[in-house]
Write a protein that binds this ligand. Structure first.
Ligand code: BYC
Length: 471
């Protein structure tokens, strides 16, 4: 059964009505979620928004589009269809039937993974709370709200698992997910990048390109999980996630396009005075968001990830395409390391190097975005390309966290690094310039001057469609 029941207070396709205890527990969490949404969700008041809502967890026609008042969005619990023959694809339990209940010996590791995943979802909503007030177009405002409501739904996805499978401590963790706050000194969100502010739309596009893409890869590994309810929920989340990355990819496309146009039009790199984002500034934003997102993959060597993999809780990206034994007991792998004061690599048992493996897949994906932006620049005759900095640059987690590394991958003394930091990472002046461009443009069909309009609208609607009805 993949169809979603919208007659219930909590829309779901998990037959919630048949488990009164669970239903009551989630119904008592629901008003707390709505209160959290009021307090930390989008602050910009609007009447309603042209949003997609999931109507079926199957493949075809899974979403319905309509104007919806944000607090009336139907957050619910949607799992991809169950394959009754599914077996665990990796680790020491490879080949055994996928678990429908939490295996007792891995309970705390599994809960930890679900809590960390769940914590990122409300964090991103909190980070983006103020953006509505400076939206560059109604189309962009609509996309922001779409991303926000779906991140809220992804929180529901993890909270369902905590309530349904982890008893009392699962319920406590579900409460705690509503208590932590992005950037809060006392109760911060768990992972670094989710405590960084998203103060402007350039940051939002970079975040949805680089940080949501970590979501794609992490969800991809949890979709492989031997714990079937987690695998199924992540499979469906990934479908929603692709729009979030589309927002990032095309958002940066459009900034690059406008930057290139202004450079051509005024025959100068210095387009700040002409209301654009100079290329060097774009590069610094890219450097920042890429490096903090690399940190989200954890250390290059990690006994946590080895334990997750061996237990069958967290697989590798595209596990079934890997040409090995999927157990990795006797395998070795190269991972990044500092060797003799240089960025190099060392050989380690493959299972403890799996964060590096996933990060590598992620890096290759990021490179495709940069290639795409450089094609836009080249079409405008601009031959100073954007670049992905070296993976060791500006890292706070893992092998390079104690080193000071240039975007070219050279380890240099800290004072030298500090003296050049302003060339590499957004400066206060960059942030002030970007902030100065953030004026709301809220008439249908109009767009701010610092980015190009999108090539197509949402769900075949034109760009000048009234995607958001203002309050
Ligand atoms: N910040 O063994 P290590 C998304 C902690 S994004 C702070 O090297 P491990 C989304 C780590 O927890 C996807 N702390 O790392 C995107 C550990 O602490 P404990 C989110 C960090 O455990 C946009 C210690 O350092 N999902 O969905 O192998 C919008 C040693 O770490 C950080 C997941 O991440 C950090 N950056 O891997 C909305 C999937 N990195 O245990 C949503 C679930 C590490 O010693 N999480 N630490 O207290 C995981 O798989 C793993 O927890 C991690 C870390 C990959 C995050």
């Amino acid at each position: 059964m993949t169809a979603i029941d919208y007659s219930e207070r909590i829309p779901n396709n998990v037959d919630l009505a048949s488990d009164r205890r669970l239903q009551r527990a989630l119904e008592s969490w629901q008003p707390k979620f709505l209160q959290w949404w009021q307090e930390t969700g989008p602050a910009f008041p609007v009447q309603n928004v042209y949003l997609r809502t999931a109507v079926d967890a199957g493949r075809e026609g899974w979403a319905h589009f309509d104007h919806v008042a944000l607090p009336d969005y139907r957050w619910g619990i949607f799992l991809a269809e169950r394959d009754p023959d599914r077996v665990i694809g990796f680790g020491q339990h490879r080949g055994e039937p996928a678990w429908q209940q939490v295996p007792g010996e891995f309970r705390s590791e599994l809960r930890r993974l679900i809590v960390v995943q769940g914590d990122t979802e409300p964090a991103s909503v909190e980070q983006q709370r103020q953006l509505g007030a400076t939206a560059p177009s109604l189309y962009d405002l609509r996309n922001l709200f779409q991303v926000n409501v779906e991140e809220g739904r992804h929180l529901w996805a993890m909270v369902y698992l905590l309530h349904a499978y982890f008893g009392r401590d699962g319920r406590d963790e579900a409460e705690a997910l509503l208590m932590r706050r992005s950037g809060d000194a006392d109760q911060p969100r768990i992972l670094g990048a989710f405590n960084e502010p998203t103060p402007d739309w350039l940051s939002f596009f970079m975040f949805t390109y680089f940080t949501d893409r970590d979501g794609k890869f992490q969800l991809g590994t949890l979709r492989e999980s031997g714990f079937d309810p987690l695998a199924r929920t992540c499979a469906f989340m990934l479908r929603e996630e692709s729009h979030h990355m589309f927002v990032g990819t095309t958002g940066v496309d459009r900034v690059v396009e406008r930057t290139a146009q202004l450079m051509q039009e005024h025959d100068t790199d210095d387009i700040a005075a002409h209301g654009g984002v100079p290329l060097a500034m774009l590069q610094r934003y890219l450097n920042f968001h890429y490096s903090v997102s690399l940190d989200l993959f954890g250390g290059e060597t990690s006994t946590n990830v080895a334990a997750y993999f061996t237990a069958g809780l967290k697989g590798r990206w595209a596990e079934d395409t890997r040409n090995d034994d999927h157990v990795l007991v006797d395998s070795a792998a190269e991972v990044d390391a500092v060797v003799d004061g240089r960025c190099a690599s060392i050989e380690v048992p493959a299972v403890i190097g799996l964060n590096h493996d996933l990060r590598n897949r992620y890096i290759a994906d990021c490179e495709s975005g940069v290639a795409r932006w450089n094609r836009i620049l080249a079409e405008h005759g601009i031959d100073t390309p954007l670049r992905i900095p070296h993976r060791a640059f500006n890292r706070r987690v893992g092998a390079f966290s104690a080193s000071h590394v240039t975007p070219d991958g050279e380890i240099i003394p800290e004072p030298d690094w500090r003296s050049r930091e302003a060339q590499w990472l957004p400066t206060a002046a960059d942030r002030a310039h970007v902030a100065s461009l953030m004026h709301p443009v809220l008439e249908p069909g109009r767009i701010a001057g610092w980015l190009a309009p999108p090539k197509t609208g949402i769900n075949d609607k034109p760009f000048d469609y009234e995607y958001v009805r203002l309050a």
